[in-house]
Ligand binder design. Structure first.
Ligand SMILES: Cc1cc2nc3c(=O)[nH]c(=O)nc-3n(C[C@H](O)[C@H](O)[C@H](O)COP(=O)(O)O)c2cc1C
Length: 397
């Protein structure tokens, strides 16, 4: 069978499977997946996808069910041309071992990692907990990583059909004052294969990591990463954008300080947010006592707040990648109106399956066209105009 160019697919039986059937199918499979230990399910699912992709035509089948039916919504952010603005958040494919199947789910981009310089096993198990009633997850994985060398070997073997961000972190046993060494190692190693590099200073599960968000420490980190980016741009004759991923557990004043530094050091994007150490909206959930980062629905409002605060200060000068609690098009739209230029999901993919990608993109397209605009920035402007008509009539003030 002659091979097809990436992204193209032959018509398969999947063309006859409609969205409702797919949702019903995932609802049928979900109890089986959820009957196992969460981390085991995660590993089994990724491994099953890898195995399935060895069968000729498997990729074409998945593409025809998901990617090919995801309507286009092209955007250009950080200089990257994306089919659509919805990406996979970091942490699901930490080892870059499942890139093709995840791309075929219809995402506009994937963020791989977090990868640490040296391989490490992460925190003791059990370290991943599902809270289905709350559509949430608590994790304290602690950067289980195969390390840079193995990660890059995986990536080198991979078919690339959408832009790939690579999220870098530090090893647990690297003292926090030496954290910069790990980030520079990571940046240099992944630079040639990354479409953007995400600097993770906000995971709650590596002791001391979040202290890197403190103003003085962050200034040193950003200065060094930015100057290394300039060196690497010359060496590789290619500019790879740098994005900083921050926590949802910051006071407004801290968000303000971070925004000033992002502008001062000309950082290319900010990812808001990582998981929260707080426990909002978890009444009646015994697992709420587990330590670690909370993601999914209960994180949504906190993440939106951080995005809004960032947007107020960055004033469209630096793109914001909004992530945290997005489970449908309404959630996505809320993040867009708060200031997000791109979006990412993780937990919703676990609870709803891959169809959630298409459903979110279709919903965003419908909302853009209802407003009669094309870009997210235009949507924000139109929305602001509609919500405060009095100001524009000169009635208030
Ligand atoms: C099990 C799990 C592992 C994660 N690992 C990482 C990670 O390695 N690096 C990172 O930057 N974020 C990691 N995250 C955070 C996600 O990228 C995302 O910021 C967060 O889950 C909020 O999005 P969501 O509510 O759509 O899940 C992880 C999240 C989960 C649930």
């Amino acid at each position: 069978m002659a091979s097809l160019p990436p992204g193209e697919t032959r018509s398969t039986g999947a063309d006859r499977i409609d969205g409702k059937t797919q949702t019903a199918l995932y609802k049928l499979i979900r109890p089986l997946l959820f009957s196992l230990d969460p981390e085991r399910t995660h590993n089994l699912t990724l491994s099953a996808l890898r195995q399935a992709y060895r069968v000729p035509g498997a990729g074409a089948f998945v593409r025809s069910v998901y990617a090919r039916r995801t309507p286009p919504l092209p955007v250009c952010v950080m200089g990257l041309q994306l089919h659509n603005p919805l990406g996979l958040a970091a942490g699901l494919d930490k080892d870059a071992s499942c890139v093709s199947p995840l791309t075929d789910f219809g995402f506009g981009f994937l963020e791989l990692g977090t990868v640490t310089p040296r391989a490490q096993i992460g925190n003791p198990k059990k370290r991943l907990f599902r809270l289905p009633k709350h559509e949430a997850i608590i994790n304290r994985m602690g950067f289980n990583s195969i390390g840079l060398d193995a990660f890059l070997a995986n990536l080198a073997r991979t078919r690339r059909a959408c832009p790939l961000g690579i999220n870098i972190g530090k090893n647990r046993d690297t003292p926090v004052p030496r954290a910069l060494d790990d980030y520079l190692l990571g940046l240099r190693a992944v630079y040639p294969l990354a479409d953007y590099v995400a600097v993770n200073i906000s995971s709650p599960n590596t002791p001391g990591l979040r202290a890197l968000q403190d103003q003085d420490t962050l200034a040193v980190l950003l200065a060094a990463l930015k100057s290394e980016q300039q060196v690497l741009t010359r060496t590789h004759a290619r500019y790879v954008p740098l994005a900083i991923k921050i926590a949802p557990d910051l006071a407004d004043q801290e968000i303000g300080a971070i925004a000033r530094l992002l502008l001062e050091y000309d950082i290319d994007a900010v990812i808001a947010t990582n998981t929260t150490v707080s426990r909002p909206q978890l009444e009646g959930a015994p697992l709420a006592v587990e330590s670690g980062g909370l993601s999914g629905r209960p994180l949504g409002a906190l993440a939106t707040h951080v995005i809004r605060e960032l947007h107020r200060r960055l004033a469209e000068k630096i793109p914001i990648i909004g992530v945290g609690g997005i489970g449908n098009a309404d959630d996505a739209w809320e993040k867009i109106l708060a200031g997000a230029d791109l979006l990412q999901i993780y937990t919703a993919l676990i609870y709803q399956g891959p169809l959630v990608v298409r459903s979110i993109i279709s919903g965003i397209r419908a909302r853009l066209s209802a407003l009669g605009v094309e870009t997210f920035a235009q949507a924000r402007a139109a929305h602001a105009h509609r919500s405060s008509p009095n100001e524009h009539n000169g009635v208030t003030r």
